[in-house]
Design a protein around this ligand. Sequence first.
Ligand SMILES: Nc1ncnc2c1ncn2[C@@H]1O[C@H](COP(=O)(O)OP(=O)(O)O)[C@@H](O)[C@H]1O
Ligand SMILES: CC(=O)N[C@@H](CCC(=O)OP(=O)(O)O)C(=O)O
Length: 290
Amino acid sequence: MRITTAQAKAGTLIEALPWLTRFHGATIVIKYGGNAMTDEALKQGFAEDVVFLQHAGLRPVVVHGGGPQISSALDRLGIESTFTAGLRVTTPEAMQVVRMVLVGQVNRDIVGMVNRHGPFAVGMSGEDAHLFTAVRKQAVVDGVPVDIGQVGEIIKVDPGAVRALIDDGRIPVISSVARGDDGEIYNVNADTAAAALAVALDAHKLIVLTDVEGLYANWPDDTDVIDELRAEELETLMPTLSSGMVPKMEACLTAVQGGVPQAHVLDGRVPHSLLLEIFTNEGIGTMVMP
Ligand SMILES: Nc1ncnc2c1ncn2[C@@H]1O[C@H](COP(=O)(O)OP(=O)(O)O)[C@@H](O)[C@H]1O
Ligand SMILES: CC(=O)N[C@@H](CCC(=O)OP(=O)(O)O)C(=O)O
């Protein structure tokens, strides 16, 4: 019998049924990286996916970055961007720009795109309602601690306000800025912030969207993507990883070791990668399990 286009479409919908059942009511923390936000059509696709998840009965929470957007704003102001161990060296002057770009620009853009579909997204900074409390973090280079300015390490998460929003049917969209009990504000890597929130919310999944297919086994060679690995395998790989992948894979490890059953790194350049990962049998990207 010939399968018509309409039947093939029905087949795709039915393939999603077991996943819809499994993830009904599940909290999914999605980290949306600055490198995955460059294309307008992809950004709109991301907003559609998040709203789709909400309508499908899941509870999506977005934590966003904006590293490239911060770097261009600093550049326009004539301030050089320097990174140590994958983290931005954040002077008090740069911190004002980080906060302005993440909370005032990137957050507003994402909230606006999601809300084209209805009154769902509510933007928050990690400073709001004591969501993230941080202390000053030092980077370690060749075993030596190095000062990197107002970069924060999250020591406490109070997810009360986020839970209230989710329970009210909203989609929280959160910037990775934290407050300190010392009255400072801190710049936190967005992968790290997403992992901390996923653990605090007892999320079912952490999904990290970036600009590569997943974790490559022999980087900078990009032929072999690792599709699945266990936490202990990742722990042994950690010292061999470089640049942006370090905080990303560290975040996956923190999440699964903190009780999140699955953490994924996905290619945000693939249209609707979120839906493909959650609702199809193949899954895509790299999955980390406890
Ligand atoms: N083993 C690896 N597999 C994949 N990417 C890697 C690896 N090691 C380093 N990278 C680099 O990490 C980058 C992703 O990190 P980053 O640029 O910080 O992304 P984002 O802005 O999404 O947080 C990739 O574009 C790639 O250049
Ligand atoms: C301390 C630190 O490095 N903070 C990051 C915060 C933004 C971020 O993490 O953005 P991406 O997810 O797009 O990389 C920064 O200033 O770039």
